[in-house]
Write a protein that binds this ligand. Structure first.
Ligand code: IMP
Ligand code: MG
Length: 171
């Protein structure tokens, strides 16, 4: 059986999202913000984050998937395109975790083709060890050196997304 070791508590997550939400609210004041969640891992983070952003904004979802088990397959699959028009607008991409950075680099590349005025990145977890792509994570809640974590939207083979806090997974 895989072992789950508590890493980040519900309270820590809550406080950090309040702080990041306040920052985003200030930074995007007067801009045309569209918050775009990257499925599926960001769905819980996105739901909590947008409730801490107190300026008017719209919400969309894109689907991108690169993982099989605990290692990246190297292939990115797009499973859903944005519904909203993003041209000339200020896009904030919301990801669960940035690991190699390949998923996000590809997602940003495809977003650019839609001609938004700006694109920034907000990630729940910025995991450094295996980064391959040069990416600037504009807003990150937590940094992690290495390991494989689950909970709060993050999965291992589609399981554990429902855990309310973040755990280190030991297989
Ligand atoms: P990247 O393309 O290597 O940056 O991988 C990003 C995607 O891999 C994330 O959106 C997650 O779905 C998944 N991923 C990477 N590291 C972890 C982890 O520690 N736990 C769960 N999923 C992860
Ligand atoms: Mg995943």
């Amino acid at each position: 059986m895989p072992e789950l070791i508590p890493l980040i508590s519900q309270q820590e997550i809550k406080e950090k999202i309040q702080e990041i939400g306040r920052k985003i609210t200030q930074d995007y004041n007067g801009l045309d913000l569209v918050v775009v969640g990257v499925l599926k891992g960001s769905f819980i983070f996105l739901a909590d984050l947008v409730r801490q952003i107190t300026i008017d904004h719209e919400i969309d979802l894109v689907g991108a998937s690169s993982y099989d088990g605990t290692s990246s397959t190297g292939q990115i699959m797009f499973t859903k395109k944005p519904d909203l028009k993003l041209k000339g607008r200020d896009v904030l991409l919301v990801e669960d975790i940035v690991d190699t950075g390949r998923t996000l680099a590809k997602t940003v590349e495809s977003m650019r083709l839609l001609n938004p005025r700006s694109i920034k990145i907000c990630a729940l977890i910025d995991k450094h060890e295996r980064r391959e792509m040069q990416l600037n994570v504009d807003y990150s809640c937590f940094c992690l050196k290495k390991g494989f974590i689950v909970g709060y939207g993050l999965d291992y083979n589609e399981k554990y997304r429902n855990l309310p806090a973040i755990f280190d997974l030991k297989i």
